[in-house]
Design a protein around this ligand. Structure first.
Ligand code: TRP
Length: 356
């Protein structure tokens, strides 16, 4: 790496619905510094989104909405490359090459695959973990597991290695996939010759973990069935307020950060992250005050933070031409980098050079 080149961070997200306040505090607040320190690529991974049941029209709509949410949150398109995965040639091509050095057993061992298969009523037979024997446990149904679901971690590894990313921000649930990606990169490097950078997880400096308002022992998630536990970036102020005011709290009445008060702890984390105040400062401020007043303060802070983001989002959504121009230049930059790496990999794999 030459001196004037910054290390590369690749962030990817599936275009499924809205960002949550948990995403905002856990990831978005890190972006400003990340854009300064790294060359940042942001992929919207529509190819991953089709591994589960979905509606094409919604996927298309969500893809554009996702870019608008990113930009509204402060992801400056002048300082980063935002692109749609399916717009860059190379993700599927590299995934194919990687699949030919990846044993099936490793894919079947992936926790997320097993969870998704279990949701469809399948369980992997323990005795024959390497034999692709999936037992359908429930009542007979039409359900089947598509190969894409099994293959998903390889496509993810390809996303990362196609850019020779140095760092990848991943949540707890994606660590095993990143580990597989590192294994595949090492395997390729050892089999042919040094080609891929071995990616490391990116750990942000702020990144507090926000829990569900309905069950503060569970992470706030956009796919939670109990939507009252999740604050969405685009929730109307009245909805935000209602959800926060009815957040599960703990017995007692003191506003203190403590492990046996997960509900209050979570609200303190939210308020602290948005205002930059420490637990101690907040405890002092709310000493002697009730839960009601405290929650009102939290909801005011959340609304104050999200209102300008929502306004910007709605403006952006009326300007499709601008959003598409961001995606066009993002894909061009991504393609340029991807193409170099893919050419190298193709040659090392033994593909005959393209005839021009
Ligand atoms: N699997 C990731 C998720 O669901 C999304 C993803 C796809 C990803 N490709 C990636 C994340 C590459 C990081 C890097 O969250």
């Amino acid at each position: 790496m030459s001196k004037d080149q910054k290390p590369v961070v690749l962030t990817c997200a599936q275009p499924t619905g809205q960002l949550t306040l948990g995403n905002y505090i856990g990831a978005v607040l890190n972006w400003e510094k990340m854009l300064q320190d790294y060359e940042c690529y942001f992929g919207i991974v529509d190819m991953h989104a089709i591994t589960v049941d979905y509606k094409p029209s919604e996927l298309r709509k969500n893809t554009l909405s996702c870019v608008a949410q990113y930009i509204a949150c402060g992801l400056d398109p002048e300082k980063s490359h935002q692109f749609i995965q399916s717009h860059v040639t190379g993700h599927a091509e590299l995934a194919w090459i990687l699949s030919c050095i990846c044993p099936i057993g490793e894919l079947q061992r992936m926790t997320q695959f097993k969870e998704k298969a279990a949701k469809l009523g399948f369980q992997i037979d323990k005795e024959s973990e390497n034999n692709l024997k999936l037992e359908h446990t429930g009542a007979p149904s039409q359900a089947s597991i598509n190969a894409g679901l099994l293959y998903y971690p390889i496509l993810m590894a390809a996303d990362i290695l196609l850019y020779n990313a140095d760092r990848v921000p991943v949540g707890e649930d994606q660590k095993q996939h990143l580990e597989l990606c590192r294994d595949l990169a090492n395997r390729f490097n050892n089999k042919y010759s040094d080609t891929f950078t071995i990616p490391e997880p990116f750990i942000g400096t702020t990144g507090a973990r926000i829990m569900s308002l309905a069950d503060p022992t569970k992470k706030m998630s956009k796919s939670d069935v109990n939507r009252n536990g999740t604050l969405f970036l685009l929730d109307e102020p009245s909805i935000l307020k209602k959800k926060i005011m009815s957040a599960v709290t703990d017995s007692g009445s003191d506003i203190i950060a403590s492990d046996d008060k997960p509900g209050i702890q979570n609200l303190l984390t939210i308020l602290g992250s948005l205002t930059g105040k420490s637990n101690q400062e907040l405890e002092d401020k709310f000493s002697g005050k009730g839960y009601g007043e405290f929650k009102k303060s939290v909801s005011e802070s959340v609304i104050e933070k999200l209102e300008p983001i929502q306004k910007r989002y709605h403006e952006l959504m009326t300007d499709k031409i601008y959003l598409e121009s961001v995606l066009k230049s993002g894909a061009e930059a991504a393609q340029k980098r991807a193409f170099k790496i893919l050419s190298k990999v193709s040659r090392k794999s033994g593909y005959y050079e393209r005839i021009r």
